[in-house]
Write a protein that binds this ligand. Structure first.
Ligand SMILES: *Cc1c(COP(=O)(O)O)cnc(C)c1O
Length: 466
């Protein structure tokens, strides 16, 4: 076979063409040289397989587009049009503007993170938020860790880490998703799981009997946030558990999960137990997330009895699970918004999106319908449709929120056309993530606030779908 390798440019020759020069300017010499070697390696393989060799200009353009593609971050902003407001895979809560501004400032400068400005001595990082959290939850004391999974792990380890018994109802041995399964967390925390009751029914007498066994350290109540058992069921309420725990001299821990700070019914949402209620019902410690209904950054809260929080803070694991100044800053700004409940829905994106009314979302869908149809071209039909959003992240799992959006169907009815559309939308400068069901791609517009930016982003489809 007569293979014409000599027509392939050298690395040096390739680096001299204008697009390669432009690439070196943007991405640096080292990256550009590496990309040039990759392009030439692929070119040699193609020529070996029988393709005609291409000139240096063509290969230079290839090199530049390679670098542009690899320079795009995969951790990019996206449009969350899935209908799930607190979507774990899409980063959960969006931060309030005041929190964003505070974080930007904190990133740029040193901060009095563990420094007491009054005395000039060392301070504690929890001090900045302790008073605010206690004010909002009526708990005695509080501490913060990386996320709620860490809060549960650290709490169990502190109270029952040396094989202490931890009593949990079989109806509350939850899996949150990913690797968070209560029995596994227990084992890793060094606690000994004592299961009581059955999947659907657990009685006070079951807890009482378990409290008779040796070495019980705590009673754990877990808010079954991501599922609901209905029908012939029985669970023991926290005030009763608190009484039992107190009588037996053990602690009651309540893992609330989402842990809202306000009564959500005010905004037309279903009631979810508040942290303040869990505290007042007699839990010694309550754990909850920062980035679920609370609407802040990822974090885990542990609130409750002062002596127990002090013990948690002495646990060496605390150091491994602590939060940094950026998240503390964002949390503080987020929590401050709760002091003014009247304007909370305006300022806190999570609540604003959850409380958004169907007619407002439907009007947005009608306004966008024509522009979206024009951007997708004649192969697709775009209709305004009602749909149902979810809160997400395990909050109120069976509740849906009446919403509206755009239902997109390929006119040829094929699944491949639909997949092609979904993939083209994911390839946009700001990827658009919808939900496919029954041959339709649904874009739930509950979480879309800037319609113009959305429409101009669709310009990136070009003629790709024609
Ligand atoms: C979500 C949740 C967790 C885990 O919280 P993260 O903040 O995601 O780590 C733990 N327990 C319950 C009940 C939850 O709902």
């Amino acid at each position: 076979m007569n293979v014409n390798f000599r027509a392939i440019p050298s690395v040096d020759a390739l680096l001299k063409v204008s697009s390669a020069q432009a690439a070196a300017e943007r991405f640096g010499r080292t990256e550009t040289t590496r990309a040039a070697r990759d392009v030439l390696e692929r070119e040699r393989e193609a020529v070996r397989a029988g393709s005609p060799p291409r000139d240096a200009e063509t290969l230079g353009a290839l090199l530049l587009s390679d670098l542009e593609a690899s320079g795009k971050s995969s951790l990019r902003p996206v449009y969350n049009l899935t209908g799930t407001v607190l979507h774990t895979n899409l980063g959960r809560a969006l931060l309030a503007e005041t929190a964003i501004e505070a974080v930007v400032e904190a990133m740029r400068s040193a901060a009095a993170l563990e420094f007491d400005l009054d005395t000039g001595k060392r301070g504690e990082r929890d001090d900045h938020l302790r008073a605010l959290i206690c004010e909002l939850t009526e708990a005695e004391d509080a501490t913060l860790v990386n996320n709620n999974a860490a809060a549960v792990l650290l709490t169990l380890n502190t109270l029952a880490g040396h094989g202490g018994g931890a009593i949990v109802s079989r109806g509350e041995l939850i899996e949150i998703g990913g690797a968070f399964r209560m029995p596994d967390i227990m084992a890793r925390a060094g606690a000994r799981l004592i299961e009581v009751g059955t999947t659907n029914r657990t009685h006070e007498k079951d807890y009482k009997a378990a409290l008779e066994s040796d070495g019980v350290a705590l009673l754990l109540k877990v808010h079954t946030s991501n599922y609901r058992i209905e029908g012939f069921t029985k669970e023991v309420e926290a005030p009763v558990l608190s009484r039992l725990a107190r009588a037996a001299g053990v602690s009651l821990v309540n893992d609330l999960g989402s842990g809202t700070l306000v009564d959500l019914t005010r905004w037309g949402l279903r009631r979810e137990p508040t942290v303040r209620e869990a505290v007042s019902e007699g839990a010694d410690l309550v754990t909850f997330s920062g980035d679920k209904l609370l609407g802040g950054p990822q974090a885990g809260f542990i609130v409750g009895r002062k002596d127990l929080i002090a013990a948690i803070n002495r646990n060496p694991m605390k150091r491994a699970l602590r939060v940094d100044k950026l998240r503390l800053t964002a949390l503080e700004a987020t929590l401050r918004l709760y002091r003014d409940p009247d304007r909370l829905a305006e300022r806190l994106p999570t609540l604003r999106l959850l409380a958004r009314r169907h007619d407002e979302i439907a009007a947005l869908a009608r306004a966008l319908q024509g522009r979206v149809a024009a951007a997708l071209g004649p192969a697709f039909e775009v209709e305004v449709a009602d749909c149902a959003s979810q809160i997400g992240s395990g909050a109120l799992p069976l509740d849906t929120l009446a919403s509206a959006g755009l239902a997109i169907r390929p006119l040829d009815g094929s699944g491949t056309a639909l997949e092609r559309l979904a993939s083209a939308l994911r390839a946009l400068p700001i990827p658009v993530i919808g939900r496919i069901a029954e041959g339709t791609l649904v874009l739930d517009l509950r979480c879309l606030e800037d319609a113009d930016a959305f429409a101009s982003n669709l310009g990136g489809l070009g003629n790709g779908l024609a």
